[in-house]
Design a protein around this ligand. Sequence first.
Ligand SMILES: CC(=O)SCCNC(=O)CCNC(=O)[C@H](O)C(C)(C)COP(=O)(O)OP(=O)(O)OC[C@H]1O[C@@H](n2cnc3c(N)ncnc32)[C@H](O)[C@@H]1OP(=O)(O)O
Ligand SMILES: CC(C)C(=O)C(=O)O
Ligand SMILES: [Mg+2]
Length: 549
Amino acid sequence: MKNYEKYKKGYFMPPVTSMNWASKDSIDESPIWCSVDLRDGNQSLIIPMDLEKKIEFFTFLVSLGFKEIEVGFPAASETEFNLLRRLIEEDLIPDDVTIQVLTQSREHIIKRTFEALKGAKNAVVHLYNSTSVAQREQVFKKSKSEIIALGVTGAKLLNEYANNTEGNFRFEYSPESFTGTEMEFALEICNEVLEVWKPTSEKKVIINLPSTVQVSMPHVYASQIEYISSNLKFRDNVIISIHPHNDRGTAVAEAELGLLAGAQRVEGTLFGNGERTGNVDIITLALNMFSQGINPNLNLENIPHIVSFYEKMTCMEVSQRHPYSGELVFAAFSGSHQDAIAKGMEYHDNNNLNDWRVPYLPLDPKDIGREYASDVIRINSQSGKGGIGFLLKENYGYDLPPKMREDLGYTIKNISDKLNKELKSDEIYELFKKDYINNETTIKLIDYHFVRNGNFHVTMECEIDGIVKTYTGIGNGRLDAVANALKSNLNVDYSIQTYSEHSLEIGSDSLAAAYVGITVDNKIVWGVGVNHDIINASIKALISAINRK
Ligand SMILES: CC(=O)SCCNC(=O)CCNC(=O)[C@H](O)C(C)(C)COP(=O)(O)OP(=O)(O)OC[C@H]1O[C@@H](n2cnc3c(N)ncnc32)[C@H](O)[C@@H]1OP(=O)(O)O
Ligand SMILES: CC(C)C(=O)C(=O)O
Ligand SMILES: [Mg+2]
């Protein structure tokens, strides 16, 4: 590619890098989550949400278990302002939920923000100003000390307006564009703001360290967080928050390493909506923790519902490969994966395993509202007997003998290959039913009765080409007698290779399924019989096999 020389590193490693985070291999507890869907998420939509949508979204975030929610930028517009008034005046904020609002360090904006917040039971006022080299030079055209003065002035104004406004307020400060800032300077400005606010254990301050624009590998961000976390004043009374964006596609990695490095709080959005490539996806982060045995303290048991709500509200789409939430992320089309998953599930059932270890599935899809049969095992020309057998068992109760699974597996995948499309579970069942179950294409069973006289003697009536015929036969069992009757009268040469049966537990009242495999010309041909009576089912299975040969 041309032009690569145009780009230089735009980040700064801290002066000291202990990298203690690198020796930890897991996150031990869930952080404080702060949803910024209604602010960062909303400010990046083509059409921002209207007031009613925002209230509905807020209520939804509360139902998911968020205790801190950035609801907007009240000075931005009438809608944003009115949202605050509605939430407060109509008492829509549960007592254990803290709302958060964003403001620039400009007095008229801070004033308007507090007007919106009047009467708030619990609110975080989030002040930001940009600190990176690029923003200082190009946008603000200010020296470092002038940038510090901007932050400090804003911090003082927050003190002043909070003292004069009814409500309970805590403060948050973000050195916006933190990742493009020299770390000593980022530390200095945060400490100066903290000196103004003087956090206490009763009134902790949030220092939020955003990767406003991702410019480095995630380990650099982790080292930056660790440096600030270890050198901040009032550290015990400060909550370190992180706010990764996703320009390099590593927001989740940054957040995880940031937590290892000392962050206690994460600002992000559902499915990573947000500026440019988005904010960090809180659902992915939370489910990463969940799948390592950590309670994320969010209610994510119904991901399909969360996806459809989110898509309706934002008009954005969750991609089919989106971790945990995309339509295809648990889907196994390929035969060997399906085989391993089906065996893994059976192993878990048979051994009553509580700890989840099924191959290919990092968590149990059922825990987040997904279905094995429709979300996990999907059938196309890459599929195998294991998956097809699993679907018939899971959805329709047919537990096919292993060799028959193979036979049906090849039949189904060849059909999928020829049609060049996925076959859904009901289509597979229809193909199976039409061809294998109670097949009457040539011979149709009308009636039968047995007499036992040492051996079994059968007299049976069958309809062949519209003509009813009566056959008799003798055998050492009932099916043997029928097999002999058909063999001698129809002049077909076959032998019964395998027989099995079970009751059908799904979609029926006490039906039985019988499976018969006959050898004809060194080839096994299968038939299935289904009836309330097991003898009837087994005779039908044999006739189905003969009809299919
Ligand atoms: C990374 C982030 O997500 S930050 C959040 C960004 N979100 C938003 O901006 C959404 C809401 N914003 C808005 O609706 C508008 O920008 C408003 C209402 C806040 C302000 O509107 P306006 O004053 O008309 O415009 P604008 O934002 O362009 O103002 C730019 C001015 O503010 C200054 N400014 C920008 N950010 C800050 C800040 N955090 N603190 C102090 N001054 C700031 C700029 O330097 C510029 O100054 P200048 O007028 O001397 O050139
Ligand atoms: C306002 C700040 C925290 C922000 O959204 C960012 O830097 O990305
Ligand atoms: Mg942001």
